[in-house]
Design a protein around this ligand. Structure first.
Ligand code: SF4
Ligand code: SF4
Length: 73
């Protein structure tokens, strides 16, 4: 069960996909949405984020902020 969530500072994302490869629960996917620079954006499509922070650690541009709690709805 997901225990965390992430937020992206999308305008700084370069679509390098390192975060997708780093995620141990494989919840990140490349979407067809693009930022202003034309890079495709990543999302937690499965909603399975555990808040482990692996994606944030590998992101070369510090695009990802990790929250270790369930997102308020
Ligand atoms: S914090 Fe961990 S579980 Fe959540 S998306 Fe990033 S790598 Fe995946
Ligand atoms: S690692 Fe960072 S820059 Fe690369 S796709 Fe993920 S969020 Fe974007």
């Amino acid at each position: 069960m997901a225990k965390g969530y992430i937020e992206f500072d999308y305008e700084f994302c370069k679509g390098c996909e390192l975060c997708i490869q780093a995620c141990p629960v494989n919840t990140l996917v490349l979407t067809t949405k693009m930022n202003k620079k034309g890079y495709r954006l990543v999302e937690d499509a499965e909603g399975k984020c555990t808040g482990c922070a692996s994606c944030a650690l590998v992101c070369p541009d510090a695009v990802i902020t990790v929250y270790r709690q369930k997102k308020a709805s």
